[in-house]
Design a protein around this ligand. Structure first.
Ligand SMILES: Nc1ncnc2c1ncn2[C@@H]1O[C@H](COP(=O)(O)OP(=O)(O)OP(=O)(O)O)[C@@H](O)[C@H]1O
Ligand SMILES: [Mg+2]
Length: 316
């Protein structure tokens, strides 16, 4: 499709051009850091000759009305020649459930790994409660990780431990609580996620939905200020996904904190989130409160959030 006939795309392009500053009107695309696309890097799924891969990226940050718990600043990450994150900027609000949505392979999991310090940026910064994650020593990182509850794509339970021991694991690892205290917390958490009957079962005896709930219980035992779920809905049927979303909302309402959910499911986004950011080609297209993003006039955001087959994404 052509975008030349769209005044809105024209505006977006104008804004993106102003943003990029040194961006030329023709010739290969040059990033903010001076790297030339096609020569210094490629972006997966983008034609290296594309003059402006960010014509839809206004980078607009709609106000969420609170403080940011996590700030991502000009984050660049390249694997070999593949530049996955290319100057990503995003603020994730305190005490809200945020979701980062984007097509498969756009770097959502890579982004999460930077926030928890499992990957280091080529340039840029990640601040958690104002502290720079990439600049921490191993000891500082170990300490700050106690703030995080993590739920990876497959629940990532230890296959050789029953559900009780899986849930108790972070407490045994990170605290000097007695077994009695640990037992009390584990029971409370497993009850909260409806798994009290499965407490002595092994992970392979549970359904996919139960494993996710066990992973959620384990992510919560240290009462984390920040909870991250990478694809909590993958492999679940629609009803189990809806129930899991409801559980996440309930637990968040009870305990608060900054939650970050990664998904490409629109129903999950509608059910779970207060705040949405859309990631594409290594940058956030736009971010803001859920209702505003679902109403966005940005062509890419609107196509993605309405699952429209016509629009900028169809060009790929
Ligand atoms: N450690 C790594 N080394 C090399 N390439 C990597 C590494 N980790 C991720 N990538 C590449 O980065 C890109 C983004 O991967 P990522 O897993 O973040 O995508 P995603 O948005 O989470 O996708 P999905 O929705 O399918 O989970 C992919 O092209 C992947 O191959
Ligand atoms: Mg992923």
């Amino acid at each position: 499709m052509s975008v030349d006939d769209s005044s809105q795309a024209g505006e977006a392009a104008a804004e993106a051009t102003t943003d990029a500053g040194a961006q030329q009107s023709s010739g290969p695309y040059v990033s903010e850091d001076g790297a030339t696309m096609g020569r210094d890097f490629v972006i997966p799924g983008v034609d290296p000759a594309e003059p402006d891969p960010y014509r839809f990226h206004t980078g607009r940050r709609r106000d969420h009305g609170g403080e940011d718990a996590i700030e991502i600043i000009d984050l660049v990450k390249q694997f070999g020649r593949a530049r996955i994150l290319n100057g990503l900027n995003l603020g994730l609000p305190e005490d809200q459930v945020s979701i980062v949505l984007g097509p498969s392979g756009t770097g959502k999991s890579v982004l999460v790994k930077h926030i928890v310090g499992l990957l280091y940026p080529d340039s840029g910064d990640v601040l958690v409660h104002g502290e720079s994650i990439p600049n921490m020593t191993d000891d500082e990182l170990f300490e700050v990780r106690k703030k995080f509850g993590l739920l990876f794509q497959d629940g990532a339970l230890f296959g050789s431990m029953n559900i009780y021991d899986n849930t108790a694991f972070p407490l045994r690892q990170h605290t000097d609580k007695s077994e009695e205290e640990i037992g009390e917390i584990v029971n409370r958490r497993l009850k909260e996620v409806g798994l009290i009957e499965a407490i002595y079962k092994m992970p392979n005896e549970l359904s996919g939905g139960m494993r996710k709930r066990a992973g959620f219980a384990r992510a919560l035992v240290l009462e984390p200020a920040i909870v991250m779920f990478d694809e909590p809905d993958s492999g679940l049927d629609p009803v189990r996904t809806a129930l899991l979303c409801e559980l996440v909302r309930e637990v968040h309402a009870e305990h608060g904190g900054c939650y970050l959910v990664i998904s490409h499911d629109l129903n999950t986004a509608r059910r779970i989130s207060d705040f949405i950011a859309v990631l594409w080609n290594g940058k956030i297209v736009e971010s803001g409160p859920k209702e505003e993003l679902f109403d966005s006039e940005n062509q890419f955001v609107s196509q993605f959030l309405s699952a429209d087959i016509n629009g900028p994404l169809a060009m790929d």
